[in-house]
Write a protein that binds this ligand. Structure first.
Ligand code: NDP
Length: 246
């Protein structure tokens, strides 16, 4: 993974699950990792774990739903490491519900975190990446970014949306400034994601799928693969799901 060595990588949602696994793997491969999420204590302990193994990591408490926080995060990465090579837009929530439940606050939160969070991330790093004519923006979508299921209308909507945004970014910036874009879409993965489901019955249905969930390490390896490709190769979409997921 020689192309990952020394790259400066911002990872949102790095305090658990896929973001944490990705931070640890990239740290092992020699990337300089900037961890972002709201739970600062967890970021601190993951950063320390990377440092103890000889890697380089810093962290910043960040709410991706705040454009100001995302700008501060990018500024901090630049101040610490002098450049930003990769942004991994991974933070996300999945409060599934039926539309008739009218959980409007949860719809708003999903739009704020899963869509606006990605846009604010792009806004925070795009100027510096365009200036350097180099960079890579990786966004975590989902199998739900390709198909819709009952209770997942809004969640799927956010995950379809980020695929569209990433493809638009590719068309505009790939040829013009050499910025690469990647969508990584996990299937059922063993993380804390279902904790945001407030409807206990739905949470029970989703948790029943946990017996075939894959490890977040599988998604981290896919992200590392896309990052490690040479600069002339842009891996645009990857779906990574449990072999036995229907
Ligand atoms: P986790 O719940 O384990 O991780 C979600 C991460 O997002 C946490 O680090 C959380 O940190 C962070 N986060 C949530 N809200 C915010 C916010 N407002 N600002 C900053 N960070 C935030 O779940 P996963 O690891 O599974 O989720 C990662 C991504 O993978 C998500 O985009 C999810 O949609 C996607 N995904 C997951 C699948 C799965 O089966 N697990 C399947 C398909 C896609 P904190 O609370 O500390 O802020």
């Amino acid at each position: 993974m020689e192309n990952i060595q020394s790259k400066v990588v911002i990872i949102t949602g790095a305090s658990s699950g896929i973001g944490q696994a990705t931070a640890l793997l990239l740290g092992k491969y020699g990337a300089k990792v900037v961890l972002a999420a709201r739970r600062e204590e967890r970021l601190k302990s993951i950063a320390e774990q990377i440092q103890r193994s000889g890697g380089s990591a810093v962290y910043a408490k960040t709410d991706v739903a705040s454009a100001a926080d995302m700008q501060k995060l990018a500024d901090y990465a630049l101040q610490q490491y002098g450049q930003i090579d990769v942004l991994i837009n991974n933070a996300g929530i999945m409060p599934l519900s039926f539309l008739y439940e009218l959980k409007i606050e949860e719809w708003d939160k999903m739009v704020d975190v899963n869509i606006k969070g990605v846009l604010y991330g792009i806004a925070a790093v795009l100027p510096t990446m365009r200036e350097r004519k180099s960079g890579h923006i990786i966004t975590v979508s989902s199998v739900s970014g390709y198909r819709v299921d009952p209770t997942a209308a809004v969640y799927s909507g956010t995950k379809f949306a980020v695929r569209a945004i990433s493809e638009g970014l590719r068309q505009e910036e790939g040829p013009a400034s050499g910025i690469r874009t990647t969508i990584v879409s996990p299937g059922v993965t063993s993380t804390e994601l279902t904790k945001s489901i407030s409807n206990e019955e739905i949470k029970g249905w989703v948790d029943q799928m946990s017996h075939f969930a894959i490890s977040p390490d599988s998604i981290a390896r896919a992200i590392a693969f896309a990052m490690n490709e040479p600069a002339d190769t842009s891996v645009n979409e990857m779906i990574v799901r449990p072999t036995i997921q229907p």
